[in-house]
Structure formats: structure tokens, C-alpha cells
Design a protein around this ligand. Sequence first.
Ligand SMILES: *Cc1c(COP(=O)(O)O)cnc(C)c1O
Length: 212
Amino acid sequence: MKFYVKDVQEEVKDKAVIVAATKYFNATQMRDLYHEGITDFGENRVELLLQKMESLKDLDITWHLIGTLQTKKAKKIINQIEYLHSLDTLKLAEEINKRRTSPLKCFIQVNISKEESKHGLEIDDVIPFLDSISTFKNINVIGFMGMASYTKDMELVSNQFQLLNDLKSYVEKTTTYHITDLSIGMSNDYKEALKHDTTFLRLGSVLFKKEV
Ligand SMILES: *Cc1c(COP(=O)(O)O)cnc(C)c1O
């Protein structure tokens, strides 16, 4: 597999952390990506993350879970990862708080595209959710994660990303929570996400395809 890591890094510079979406890659390909300069990997599935982690344990990798985490699978993985991008239920937060041995950096996933299939809290439910987990010592909410509609209409994508930007400012202004990060932007829309000050990009296809 030929990679285009350098091209993407050149565009992103130090504006955001590139998290490679590993659902496209096996452990050997991930090792190659690592040697091209990718140190953050995000998997969707618990079992695959654990397998890949075992195969790559000689490398200094920062592991993220970017896919939906079922509460019943949380205990298998929760002390192995550094970031969770998909916190969106109180039940999951309770389970993490109980099982985790130190604060886990979490993004609250917010439904910005309003598509049925997308996970995440509704915007209006985010602050009440923050309130309900504010005493959970093993959950450290650092940011908001969102997936824009999959479209070439960048105005629509921009509007959806802006919702999270505005939410972040609003929380900063009106509450005592410190939300510093955004995890928006995939291969199709990462340029737009950078314009909206994202600090993490979850990238798959663009790492190995010239055109996405
Ligand atoms: C696959 C995936 C990505 C990256 O997808 P691309 O469009 O190929 O960059 C990002 N986030 C999540 C949650 C994913 O499942």
C-alpha cells in the first residue's frame, strides 16, 4: 500500500493531531504508517483494537477509540486507550468511571448532521450531560466530536462544524467546564475542519488515496 502521509502532514502542520482511522489497515500496514510518522491510531472496534495493540506493542503508539463503544464491552478496553472519541450515553460514562483507574480523555460525540444513522447527543442535551457526569473522577471531557454529512457541499459541512465551535465557546463562557478540543474532520472534509479550529482529525482514505 502506498501512503500519502507526508502530503497530509504538510497541510496540517502542527494545527491538529492526525489520528489514523485503522479500520482500513492491518497491523503490518499500521507499522508502515508509524514509520511514515503517524503515532496516533484510532480503531472502531474493541476486538480489533486489542489485536492490533498486541501486534504493535513494541511501538510508541497513542491509542484512540473512535467508533461506538458498547457499554458491555467497555471493561475490556477502557484501561488500554488514551482517548475515547465517542462518549454519548450516561450508562457508558458510569461504566467508564467505575472501571477506569485514571481519568480518561473523552470527547462527547454530538449529532451535528441530524442523520438517523449517526450516533451522538443532540446539541441541546450536551450541557445537561456535562452536568450529570461532572462528579465522575475518571472521566475528563476534553472536547466535542462530530461527523458532518458526507457531501461535497462544504457550506453545509461548514455550518455543521460551526455548531460545535459555537457550543464550545458557549460552554466556556457560561459554565466552569474546560472544553479545549474538537475532533471534527475526516478525509472528505478535513480542510474545512481545520478552518474551524479542530485539534484532532480522524483520517482514513486520504492517507492512501490521492482522491477521496
Ligand atoms: C472511518 C472513520 C473515519 C475516517 O474515515 P475517512 O473518511 O476514510 O477519513 C473517521 N472517524 C470515524 C469514526 C470512522 O469510523
